[in-house]
Design a protein around this ligand. Structure first.
Ligand SMILES: Cc1cc2nc3c(=O)[nH]c(=O)nc-3n(C[C@H](O)[C@H](O)[C@H](O)COP(=O)(O)O)c2cc1C
Length: 181
């Protein structure tokens, strides 16, 4: 299977990166894994130019490679910290760029936008309790990803990272998500 990893955190070896690492350690080696760090990818923000209302695709070409991997993926892994009750800004820019699939489905009546359906796993970290941010992110992603033929099959929150270090319980939970694929 093809795994596409989407990391929303800017911090290498931060909480989100380590949680994602734990999940990855449970992925059998015969699978193909491609990772995008969204802060490095730095997607251009959607400016509602209207291109995708009329045609398939997007007027901006910076995500062609990303969406090429997305098309081929069987499983999408999204790992993100909570920033002000939602995802960090580059990740939000990426989600807004999925508008092309909303338009394809809801304006032009496309049944599917990719050759195969995908399952997604969501890993969220938060400095505080984080439950409200987690629910908001889940809700956003359910809608955005549904337009991209992708269904979230499992998710987890590792909260209170401002006052504790992620531990074996968090990593075990992350690894366990592999069984929902
Ligand atoms: C700009 C910013 C906004 C944040 N907003 C929230 C928040 O609304 N709720 C929360 O619980 N934690 C918040 N945090 C804390 C992060 O979610 C937490 O530290 C997370 O584990 C960071 O992951 P990382 O180590 O991968 O960067 C915020 C952190 C930053 C830098």
């Amino acid at each position: 299977m093809n795994f596409l990893l989407i990391n929303g955190s800017p911090r290498t070896l931060g909480n989100t990166d380590r949680l994602l690492g734990a999940f990855l350690s449970a992925v059998p080696k015969e699978n193909k894994v491609k990772r995008f760090d969204v802060c490095e990818l730095s997607p251009a923000a959607c400016n509602a130019c209207g291109y995708c209302k009329a045609s398939d695709g997007c007027s901006k070409k910076d995500l062609e490679s990303f969406f090429g991997y997305y098309a081929e993926a069987d499983v999408i892994i999204i790992a993100t910290p909570v920033y002000n009750f939602t995802v960090p800004a580059p990740m939000k820019a990426l989600l807004d760029r999925f508008q092309r699939f909303y338009e394809a489905k809801h304006r032009r009546g496309a049944k599917n936008v990719f050759p195969k359906p995908k399952k997604a796993i969501l890993l969220v970290t938060a400095g505080g309790d984080g439950r409200v941010g987690y629910e908001i992110i889940k809700r956003q992603l359910e809608t955005v990803l549904a337009n991209a033929d992708t269904e979230i099959s499992a998710s987890m929150l590792a909260g209170e990272t401002d006052s504790r270090t992620l531990d074996q319980n968090d990593f075990a939970k992350a690894k366990d998500l592999i069984r929902y694929i």
